[in-house]
Every structure is written in structure tokens, then in C-alpha cells.
Write a protein that binds this ligand. Structure first.
Ligand code: CMC
Length: 378
């Protein structure tokens, strides 16, 4: 039972467990590439549809490939009425839990649920990419006592997502910012939810199982939940001049400032840049510049932490964008999931392609071997 020569890698920090051809991250430089393309060249330029194609097929699409892919995404937006019934039954749960339950149940209606071939897994991933936004917004309406709004057959992925909230088409600018947000969230290497999805796939379970588990992992505040907490923090701060003291108190109490820090990035998360500009413009457009001011003041208060490699991450700006678009706080994490379906799908396909059971070890630190004592003698 002596295991004292073992080197522990707690949190698997810094451990490479496989190869990927999808996403490259340089944490020191703050660099992110999807299939070799820099996120700075894609964000605000390539649509979510184009980016999803790139991630899923490995290359940027030609116009006709993009049109066809877009048509498939649009054709798969509806969800079975049974899923609407399930959402209604669990409507009082957190939207992430509702989403997890609905995605799990969707496997019962997917004709290829049990087929783990790369072709079928890709088709399922495309269907899920289309269905997840419908689930999120169907739940939003159902819990507000309204019937779900049927998805549009014409709008883009991002515009349709916002349309299904209240039945109103968003402005081009609002849809474009949502689209950029989805692009920035589409994949991010071996983060906790993708690793979870891979671990499930490594047992040869199917895509719906893997993504259901991924959604569970994403829901925590250390991962996807941070955007929601950043908005709560901004509301608590209330005015930019309160930010410095607020941050001081938070840190003095041993708490973390949400939207800061990252396991991989020691430089600023490259995704944050695009949303920072989005918040600035949107808060001006909406006549509420104070939100950008509060976020700026929090960044200033956190500046000394930059020396320790703690900078803003993608979630720092995302929450205010959603808030200014009238999206309820508890839908912020589901939005992350809407964007992440292509990434999870590709990672599961990669896992299947050269599969090996993910089965690390735990160093035993419990009692030495001892004799069982019957309950009557204890
Ligand atoms: N505020 C204050 N201190 C922090 C923060 C923060 N946000 N993040 C890390 N630290 C400190 C931490 O207290 C620790 O200090 P010490 O060494 O004195 O104990 C040190 O930095 C290292 O922290 P760690 O927890 O060992 O680092 P990690 O790599 O495990 O943490 C993290 C990564 C994302 C869990 C963490 O930075 C955090 O909790 N951030 C806040 C939540 C957040 O914004 N999450 C979104 C991540 S980006 C979206 C995504 O891809 O999921």
C-alpha cells in the first residue's frame, strides 16, 4: 500500500492526455486557433455557421458548402413535442438542468442515437447544434406561462436564438454580437466539459450521453457559470466608483473575482477582446454606459493580479452583453452551451477516432488494510 513515489498531477494541470487537430491554445501568448485560423481573424467576420463547419469538417466551407450546411442547420431546429412535455414537467429547475434533461431525452428520438460512426456522430452533432437553442428558448417561454415560439426557417443561428425569446427579430447589430459570442465559445480544447464529454465517449457511450455529461460539467461557476456571477457582481457594485472597494473586500474575504483567471491562459484570454468592444458599443447604444464603466473599474482594481497571470477571461464581458439584450441571468450558461455543441461534437469524434478508455489513477490515502468486524461486534 505504499504509494509514496507517485507524482500527483492534481486537477490534471499541465497533463497532455491525447492529440487534437481542432483547437490550439497558447496560454502564455494568449493565442487561440480553430483548425489553424486565429480567433482574431474569425470573430466578427466568420459566422457561427461558417465556424461550426470549419470545426466539424476541418476546412472553411465554399459558399455552396456553407449554404447547404446552413440549410441542414435550419431544417433541424424543431424539437419533438415529447421534449416540450418533458421541459414543461421540469420547468422549475435551473435552465442548465432543464437543458441537460432535454438533451438526454433527445436520444430517444434521434434515429441514429446508438450509431457511433464518425458520419452519424457528426450528423447528430449538427442536429443538436440546431435543437439546443430551441430547447433553451422553449423552456424560457414555458416557465413564463407562454407557448414556445417556433424557430424561424430563415434567420441565422444567432438571430433565430434571440427571435425565439420573445418572437421579435433582433437588429442586425444585436444578432451580429450574439453570433460573435457563439463563435468565441465554439471550442476550447480540453476544458472540463470537453474532457468530461471525452471521458464518456471513451467508454464507447454515444454522443447524447457525452454531451449530456458535458452540460453538467459546464454548469459549475468555475467553468460556464462565471458569466452569470459577473453580472450579479456588476449589479451589486452598482456604480463604477464602488468597484475598487468591492473588489478589495471580495479578495480580503478569500473570494474570487468572477470572470478573472484561467487554468491555461497566463495572458489575457484572447476571446475577451472581442466581447469587451461589444460591451462598450452596446452599453452606449442602449444608453447605459455605466455597465462598461463598472467592468472597466473592476479590471483596474484587478490590474495588480496581472503580474500573477490573472487576467479577464471570456466570461467577464459576456454577462453584460446578455443582460443589455434583456436575457435573464440564468440563461447565460445555457448560451455558452448553445455555442459549444460543435466543439463537444468534434472532440467526441476525435475521441472515437483513436479511442482509448480514459482511466487515470488515484493515489490511495485511506486506512491500511484492516479486518472486517461484523456489525453485532461493533
Ligand atoms: N480571483 C482572485 N484570485 C484568483 C482568481 C480570481 N478569479 N483565479 C485564480 N485566483 C488565484 C487563486 O486564489 C490562487 O491563489 P493562491 O495561489 O494564492 O491560492 C491562484 O490564483 C491560482 O488559482 P487556482 O484555482 O489554482 O487556479 P486554476 O487554474 O485552478 O483556476 C479558475 C482557474 C478559472 C477556476 C479560476 O481562475 C477561477 O475560479 N476564476 C473565476 C471563475 C471564472 O471566471 N471562470 C471562467 C473561466 S473561463 C470560461 C471557461 O472556459 O470555462
Amino acid at each position: 500500500m505504499t504509494t509514496d513515489k507517485i507524482t500527483l498531477h492534481r486537477g490534471l494541470s499541465g497533463v497532455y492526455f491525447d492529440r487534437t487537430e481542432t483547437t490550439f491554445i497558447d496560454g502564455k501568448e494568449g493565442k487561440l486557433l480553430y483548425r489553424g485560423y486565429n480567433i482574431h481573424d474569425l470573430a466578427g467576420v466568420a459566422s457561427f455557421e461558417e465556424t461550426s463547419y470549419l470545426l466539424m469538417y476541418g476546412e472553411l466551407p465554399t459558399q455552396s458548402q456553407l449554404d447547404e450546411f446552413d440549410g441542414v442547420l435550419k431544417a433541424n431546429r424543431n424539437i419533438p413535442s415529447e421534449i416540450v412535455d418533458i421541459i414543461t414537467l421540469v420547468k422549475n429547475d435551473h435552465p442548465m438542468s432543464v437543458l441537460r434533461t432535454a438533451v438526454s431525452a433527445l436520444s430517444a428520438f434521434d434515429p441514429e442515437a446508438e450509431d457511433n460512426s464518425p458520419e452519424a456522430t457528426l450528423r447528430k452533432g449538427i442536429r443538436l447544434t440546431s435543437q439546443v437553442p430551441t430547447i433553451v428558448m422553449a423552456h424560457h417561454n414555458i416557465r413564463n406561462g407562454r407557448a414556445p415560439i417556433a424557430p424561424s426557417e430563415n434567420l441565422s443561428h444567432a438571430a433565430n436564438f434571440l427571435y425565439m425569446m420573445e418572437g421579435e427579430e433582433p437588429t442586425a447589430g444585436t444578432a451580429a454580437l450574439m453570433d460573435t459570442d457563439f463563435v468565441l465559445h465554439a471550442d476550447h480544447g480540453s476544458n472540463a466539459s470537453a474532457f468530461t464529454a471525452r471521458a464518456v465517449a471513451s467508454t464507447n457511450a454515444h454522443l447524447h450521453d457525452a454531451i449530456t455529461a458535458g452540460i453538467g460539467a459546464l454548469s459549475g461557476p468555475s467553468h460556464g457559470g462565471a458569466a452569470e456571477n459577473v453580472m450579479t457582481m456588476a449589479l451589486d457594485i452598482g456604480e463604477a466608483e464602488n468597484a475598487e472597494q468591492y473588489v478589495k473586500d471580495l479578495l480580503a474575504g478569500g473570494d474570487r473575482v468572477m470572470g478573472f483567471g484561467h487554468r491555461v491562459y497566463r495572458a489575457e484570454d484572447p476571446r475577451a477582446r472581442h466581447l469587451r468592444e461589444g460591451v462598450r458599443k452596446l452599453s452606449e447604444e442602449k444608453g447605459e454606459p455605466k455597465w462598461y464603466g463598472i467592468l472597466e473599474a473592476v479590471q483596474k482594481a484587478m490590474a495588480p493580479y496581472g503580474r500573477r497571470g490573472i487576467h479577464v477571461n471570456v466570461d467577464f464581458f459576456a454577462g453584460v452583453i446578455y443582460y443589455l439584450n434583456g436575457i435573464p441571468h440564468d440563461l447565460f450558461v445555457p448560451i455558452f452551451a448553445v455555442g459549444r455543441i460543435p466543439g463537444w461534437t468534434v472532440q467526441v469524434i476525435e475521441q472515437f477516432e483513436h479511442n482509448i478508455l480514459l482511466r487515470p489513477l488515484l493515489q490511495y490515502a485511506g486506512p491500511e488494510e484492516r479486518k472486517y468486524v461484523p456489525v453485532s461486534e461493533r
